[in-house]
Ligand binder design. Structure first.
Ligand code: FES
Ligand code: FES
Length: 872
């Protein structure tokens, strides 16, 4: 069909298929970058927003035919002065992180303030209802829109922070480009002769594959080739720790989950590739799936993964005699606590692009959290040396742990390797959810005792987590759950066991908090119950038991420095007391979270500072920018050390230098990457101090590799000492309910070591609170027979702007001597205590102690607009 419309003031005439959406018309046929695809065709994230005849519309849910004779405006078509104001408002308020949702929101903000020059906060939140942001918690987005409105009224002049020193609120590097949708995410990359790939996924959670017939698919016009396992020249199996995950499942093998890939179609267009993928016929012999970890480890259970027994891992921590201590305790509480499977819901689904380079190597564009791990695995998959894969990070649109494992990198590389052409493979939302690992559901049996005064005497805990069909990092998640099983409290007697088991459910792996959120929910509930028995309030019992320097954590590590827990308790105390004095239902919870993987793993920070011909300096490092602001803080470290303006520096991650540091995980990128940048910058500074200018230094490379290998594995000591982690972050959060039992306010006090950039720290914590409140109340990826019952964003329960309470973040600085300028990681701990604080407040409201997440039966959950569990 032919569709004529005006786009950004220009007439357009497109020849389109009948089934194409308006979003496809804009992105594929008009090259518009600012409209992003976060959930097509659901129409539930707002990333694809455009103004159609002046009205904001999600274009993914609109047939392209409806564009006929319309006037369409995207951010590209907004007047330059308005674009500038939008960019300055959002960057000044640090109202964006990964940026993927922001162009749609920025256009919404323009439309709102066109219509209403002075929108109230509730009006702004209401206007944002069609948008999902997974990073920010919306607070700074609302502030950005208020700033924009004030600027348009002539009452403000938004000025993004340009001071790059440590401690300043420097605006995010390249922020304006992100806000306006001008920067390319992986799916925005385009090359001449580009092929598109589409995957064929398993229809069953467990089945034997008898045959794969690609004949009909190969006959679809535009199809270049259909690949199966037989076409993999190297090792089909990959994985971050165990090589137990096949990029393609072969005939004769079993599929192990509904995210398994059976074939890859390469075609001249994505539409042709998807049409052909739908015509691949697979002959299955369905088998009964293993659906619970308890069943998986029972006698006679079928082995889920051929590379490992169903019992993936078992971690123990024992200190003193927990059983004896519980028997002699004045008060003991016991119970079973359950947490749910959670989808990351980063707004940018997975895409990878691969293309041949002139020198015969393969250029891989990856959005992964550890692109050098991607390179290693892709090279192995193709059976070529690692050096023949040049990997480049394209900073992603959110990850939260879900982009540690390979998704489609190997499939894009396979197409390019065989065809000699550039190739792109992009997942839609359903495919993304089916493939990438989730947050582990964990069942935890706890017993906790205290003496008559309320001092904890012992914790005995036994927990089992469902790691799904592939290990990913599941053994480490349960190890971390065990290592944090006593929370941030002094516990003299400990007996903890944590088991991870394979099932035929979607895989589980890394997700922000990494097992610690789960145990925190149980620990904080136990502590509230003990407080009641001991006659203390929630704050008092936490103060009494809070870790200090000299105390020992669950793993046996004695804390020697940077323990800001009591400072965070002090910081929230006035809020706690005021809310209680007002008769509010209020809950309090504390948390700790490792910064750095530790547990005996060698870790690195690696940096190269390269002086370019234009007298800028490129900072190469090995960790991924994924919205958390890593690039910005690395620039701040370099600025602080050298005294050069922040605008001198820009960051890159690619294989120009071999800077593999493993995954961007464990709240460690600022800690270790920052140390390396500081060290490299000191070398540059020495040259500047010697009187050389950047012009003199063009082409010079300043290098620093930092190795951290002094941590001990669980159960091991070194020179009689246990040091499982380089550093720990600490936090206390308070949840205040309104008179109807809805969450009205969250106060979060966090020990961040040193706030390198307070705005970014606040943003990380606000975003974590958003995720933690969803975890507490509404989020779940419920599966039946191994298949998620829904792929709809609203059903999955991530909160919308109007669902969010007021957030107050208090930064506490207890400098970490092993961190750059005293900093430690803040990316994960923000949601560790949240569910516990909400549960405590709900118990204060209606007397019901909830032990299972999400707490759907609560008035707080009923009040939010999302998270209804649909029936299949
Ligand atoms: S991509 Fe259109 S609303 Fe999500
Ligand atoms: S900044 Fe909104 S999704 Fe990342």
């Amino acid at each position: 069909m032919n569709v004529r419309f005006r786009l950004n003031g220009e007439p357009r005439s497109l020849e389109l298929r009948d089934d194409e959406s308006a979003l496809e018309a804009l992105r594929v046929h008009c090259g518009i970058l600012s409209t992003k695809d976060g959930c097509q065709p659901q129409g539930q994230c707002g990333c694809c927003l455009a103004l159609v005849n002046g009205v904001p519309k999600v274009t993914c849910a609109m047939p392209a035919a409806k564009l006929a004779d319309k006037d369409v405006v995207t951010l590209e078509g907004v007047a330059d002065d308005e674009r500038d104001l939008l960019a300055r408002s959002f960057t000044a308020a640090v109202g964006h992180q990964c940026g993927f949702c922001i162009p749609g929101i920025a256009l919404r903000a323009k439309a709102l303030t066109d219509r209403n020059p002075s929108p109230s906060r509730p009006e702004i939140r209401k206007a944002l209802h069609g948008h999902l942001c997974r990073c920010t918690g919306y607070t700074k987005i609302v502030e950005a829109i208020e700033l924009l409105a004030a600027a348009r009224r002539g009452e403000a002049d938004p000025r993004p922070g340009s001071d790059g020193r440590v401690g300043a609120r420097l605006a995010r590097t390249d922020g304006a480009r992100d806000v306006l949708g001008d920067r390319a995410y992986t799916d925005d990359l385009d090359f001449p002769d580009l092929l598109h790939g589409a995957l064929v996924l398993s229809e069953h959670a467990r089945a034997r594959v008898n045959a794969i017939d690609t004949t009909a698919a190969a006959g679809v016009p535009g199809v270049v080739r259909v690949f199966t396992a037989d076409d993999v020249p190297g090792d089909r199996w990959y994985g971050l720790i165990l090589s137990d995950w096949p990029g393609l499942v072969a005939v004769g093998e079993e599929v192990r989950c509904v995210g398994d890939v059976l074939a890859v179609v390469a075609a001249e267009s994505e539409a042709a590739a998807r049409e052909a993928a739908a015509r691949v016929r697979v002959d299955y012999e369905p088998l009964a799936p293993v659906l619970t970890p308890e069943d998986a480890v029972s006698d006679g259970a079928p082995q889920v993964n051929p590379r490992h027994a169903n019992l993936l891992s078992e971690t123990h921590y024992v200190k003193g005699d927990a059983n004896a201590a519980l028997e002699s305790s004045a008060h003991v509480v016991t119970g079973t606590w359950r947490t749910q499977r959670i989808e990351h819901l980063y707004l940018e689904p997975e895409t990878a692009v691969a293309r041949p380079r002139d020198d015969g190597t393969l250029h891989l564009y990856s959005q992964g959290q550890g692109v050098f791990d991607d390179r290693r695995q892709v090279a192995s998959f193709l059976g070529i040396p690692e050096e023949q894969v040049f990997v480049e990070l394209v900073p992603n649109g959110g990850a939260f742990g879900g982009k540690e494992d390979m998704a489609v990198q190997a499939h894009a590389a396979l197409i390019s390797h065989h065809t000699g052409r550039p190739a792109k493979v992009s997942l839609n939302r359903e495919e993304s959810i089916r493939i990438h690992p989730k947050r582990h559901p964990i069942t935890m049996d706890y017993a906790m005792g205290c003496d008559a005064d309320g001092r904890i005497t012992a914790v005995r805990a036994s927990m089992i987590g469902d790691t799904g069909a592939y290990a990913s990092v599941g053994m480490k998640v349960l190890e971390r759950a065990a290592g944090h099983a006593c929370g941030p409290y002094r516990v003299p007697n400990v007996d903890v066991t944590a088991v991870a088991a394979y099932t035929n459910n979607p895989p589980c792996g890394a997700m922000r908090g990494f097992g610690v959120n789960q145990t925190s929910f149980a620990v904080e509930g136990c502590l509230d119950l003990l407080a009641e028995k001991a006659g203390l309030d929630g704050w008092e019992i936490r103060w009494l038991n809070a870790l200090e320097v000299g105390d020992t954590v669950t793993t046996g590590q004695t804390l020697e420095k940077s323990v800001g827990l009591k400072a965070t308790l002090q910081a929230v105390k006035p809020h706690w007391e005021k809310a209680r004095a007002e008769g509010r239902a209020v809950g309090v919870a504390c948390g700790l979270k490792n910064s750095g993987i530790g547990n005996g793993v060698s870790e690195w920070g690696k940096a190269r500072l390269v002086v370019e011909d234009d007298d800028t300096v490129t900072i190469y490092n090995g960790y991924t920018e994924m919205g958390q602001g890593l690039y910005t803080v690395l620039v701040q470290f370099a600025t602080e050390v050298t005294g050069l303006p922040a605008s001198t520096f820009r960051c890159r991650v690619d294989a120009t230098f071999a800077l593999g540091c493993g995954q961007t995980t464990g709240s460690r990128a600022t800690l270790f990457g920052g140390r390396a940048v500081v060290s490299a910058a000191e070398k540059l500074k020495a040259e500047l101090d010697a009187g050389r200018s950047l012009a003199d230094l063009r082409g010079a490379v300043f290098a620093a590799d930092v190795v951290v290998d002094d941590t001990t594995a669980p159960g091991e000591t070194r020179d009689g000492r246990i040091k499982t982690h380089t550093s720990y972050g600490f936090a206390t959060q308070v949840c205040v309910l309104d008179g109807d039992g809805r969450v009205e306010r969250m106060i979060a006090a966090h020990d961040v070591g040193r706030a390198v950039n307070a705005a970014l720290c606040e943003g990380q914590i606000e975003g974590s609170l958003h995720m933690g409140l969803g975890y507490a109340l509404s989020e779940e990826l419920h599966c039946e027979n191994g298949m998620p019952v829904t792929f709809k964003l609203r059903d999955l329960g991530a909160l919308r702007a109007a669902d969010m309470p007021e957030l107050e973040v208090i930064l506490v600085e207890e400098p970490e001597p092993e961190g750059p300028f005293g900093a430690k990681g803040v990316g994960e701990i923000g949601l560790v205590p949240t569910a516990g604080a909400v549960a405590g407040a709900l118990a204060a409201f209606d007397g019901k102690r909830r032990r299972e997440l999400p707490m759907r039966d609560s008035p707080a959950a009923r009040a939010v607009s999302v998270g209804r569990r649909p029936r299949r």
